[in-house]
Design a protein around this ligand. Sequence first.
Ligand SMILES: Cc1cc2nc3c(=O)[nH]c(=O)nc-3n(C[C@H](O)[C@H](O)[C@H](O)COP(=O)(O)O)c2cc1C
Length: 157
Amino acid sequence: MSQLAAGVVLVTAHDSDDGPHGEDVGMTATAFLSVSLDPPLVMVSLRNGSRMDDLLAEQPLWGVSVLSESQRHIAGRFAMKGRISDRLLFEDIPYTRGKVSGALLVRGALATLECRTENRVVAGDHTLVIGRVLEVELPSPSGGPLMYFRGRYRQLG
Ligand SMILES: Cc1cc2nc3c(=O)[nH]c(=O)nc-3n(C[C@H](O)[C@H](O)[C@H](O)COP(=O)(O)O)c2cc1C
């Protein structure tokens, strides 16, 4: 599958149970795709036992930021395991908070979505999370997409 070029997204969700103000969780993903137009459905595949999988098993709202080529550092940061605190990871990243989901949405992303889980399908060591798109922002994107191909981040062209 390393031969299949993919766009890179940051999946986010707000864990309101974690601490006094909750905790924001983020995970870099390439296994993300459009499923249906009517109704609008998208899907992300989450490794079983990852923090995001555990959180989305408990609560249905999540955000997606489609990363631009200038946001490689964000992808790298949210692909790390054994992280410090998610609060520190988000500290210097410009974001807005989704009005429906409460999830953090990265400013400067090519597009952001807010989703509510409709279906979860366990498939091997991953869970396919299918979400209905509740909100879309296309913040006049400039620049190209961040991509991942043969184990490396890439830009188009
Ligand atoms: C380019 C890239 C794409 C990734 N895509 C996915 C993905 O689609 N699904 C997934 O579960 N993990 C994916 N990962 C791995 C997660 O980002 C990583 O395991 C996670 O952030 C670590 O969190 P955890 O400690 O809770 O597992 C990807 C990593 C990279 C570098």
